[in-house]
Ligand binder design. Structure first.
Ligand SMILES: NC(=O)c1ccc[n+]([C@@H]2O[C@H](COP(=O)([O-])OP(=O)(O)OC[C@H]3O[C@@H](n4cnc5c(N)ncnc54)[C@H](OP(=O)(O)O)[C@@H]3O)[C@@H](O)[C@H]2O)c1
Length: 380
């Protein structure tokens, strides 16, 4: 049991716990176990992760509501599986491991538990895991959707792309986060392209988007991204799916997926497009995670922020679970989080802050590339 350094009282909520897991196996294992990260290969990490017990990563402190000054503390706990391992193993084995981590959270006195990245993707998106635990559970996906849509609107504004004239695309549009993002974007943009692998699932996503201002198009061909000005990508692929040849000059791409959907080659070869990391949020108060999960100080993933905001609100109940993310929950968690002081963080591109100078450079390079740009793809 970790020593409780906070006095209990009405000015404190929580604790919450949030489950993380290695995404880039060597880099992420090195953050907690530098020696093992150095000597083990990725495949060895994948295999050992099956037998590794739940890991207590760190205590989180310093969160303070901007609304009522309430403090919140919590824990980062790790399920040692990598995304590849979670896809290889049966759902039952993954659930069992995540439930073990949840039990550790319960022993620590946790009152709200968030499921990070692939722990909320596998199987039925948190429903079975929540059924096996006493602590309330959320995937954090409602706030992830709210923040993703805010981020793409903001990035489009900075790039001078009027939404009503834009073609937007959602890659992974049949997924939990993708279909909800698409339903919100359908109210903003001129044309909305829903990209996925399964036509029947895309048709369901299209029906969810009806009634908005956008003309709706579905596609299973990533080459059709060539026609898009604003791209929100959120697949659960474990390798990158968006490559330099998919993007037109001046396109904005918001990558919400972990592992990332946009290949590193885009950073190296396409300085005429703007790629933004999705899901980064500013946390109210002098938060210290006591662990570097790859974000600048004071920032969290939107799904972590949903867990924290629910705890600050004293809403200790199951919240976002399952693949259907409801628009009323997205609106509600956005209001709760914003009242407590969480907000969309400054935009970042390939681990660097996006500055006005960077935007100006991308816009200028896009203007030059457009002279030689040859549209490609069925919808371009
Ligand atoms: N940034 C954040 O704060 C945050 C928070 C939560 C989750 N996430 C990330 O968001 C992503 C999606 O989560 P989700 O809950 O929406 O998952 P989901 O419901 O399982 O949806 C995944 C989508 O990805 C598609 N897909 C899977 N593998 C693919 C491949 N190889 N190529 C192309 N498309 C593929 C699926 O298509 P099919 O329908 O054809 O299978 C589906 O549309 C994950 O990477 C997760 O880690 C990020």
């Amino acid at each position: 049991m970790v020593e409780d350094t906070f006095a209990a009282g009405s000015f404190e909520e929580g604790p919450f716990a949030f489950i993380i897991h290695p995404i880039d196996p060597k880099a992420d294992v090195s953050r907690k176990y530098p020696f093992l990260g150095r000597v083990l290969t990725e495949r060895q990490i994948d295999l050992f992760s099956t037998y590794w017990p739940p890991v207590f990563v760190s205590q989180v402190e310093g969160i303070r509501s901007a609304d009522n000054g309430k403090r919140l503390r919590g824990y980062l706990l790790a399920a040692p599986f990598t995304p590849r391992r979670m896809l290889e193993l049966s759902h039952e084995r993954v659930y069992r491991k995540v439930v073990q981590v949840g039990r550790l959270a319960e022993r620590l006195g946790t009152r709200m538990l968030g499921l990070g990245a692939f722990t909320s993707v596998v199987g039925d998106a948190g429903l079975t895991i929540a059924r096996h635990l006493d602590v309330p559970v959320t995937t954090g996906d409602s706030y992830t959707v709210a923040i993703a849509v805010q981020a793409i609107r903001e990035a489009g504004r900075l790039m001078g792309i009027p939404p009503e004239e834009a073609t937007a695309a959602v890659v992974g549009a049949s997924g939990a986060i993708g279909s909800a993002c698409a339903a919100l974007l359908a109210n903003d943009v001129g044309r909305l392209l829903l990209i996925g692998r399964r036509p029947a699932a895309l048709e369901e996503a299209r029906e969810r988007c009806e009634g908005g201002s956008a003309q709706l198009v579905t596609s299973t061909n990533l080459d059709d991204l060539y026609g898009a000005d604003l791209i929100l990508t959120v697949t659960s692929a474990i390798e990158a799916v968006i490559h330099p040849e998919h993007l037109k000059p001046g396109a904005v791409v918001l990558d919400v997926a972990r592992p990332r959907d946009v290949s590193q080659a885009v950073a190296a070869r396409r300085n005429d497009v703007l790629v933004i990391e999705g899901g980064m949020v500013e946390v109210p108060g002098p938060v210290d995670f006591h662990f570097n999960f790859g974000f600048p100080p004071g920032k969290a993933y939107a799904c972590m922020a949903e867990t924290m905001a629910l705890a600050l609100e004293g809403r200790y109940e199951d919240y976002t679970l399952g693949r259907e993310i409801h628009l009323d929950k997205i609106k509600e968690i956005d209001q709760i989080a914003s009242r407590h002081g969480f907000r969309l963080s400054g935009l970042r591109s390939f681990e660097k802050e996006v500055t006005p100078a960077h935007i100006a450079q991308v816009r200028e390079r896009a203007r030059v590339s457009r002279r030689t740009f040859v549209p490609r793809g069925a919808l371009a």
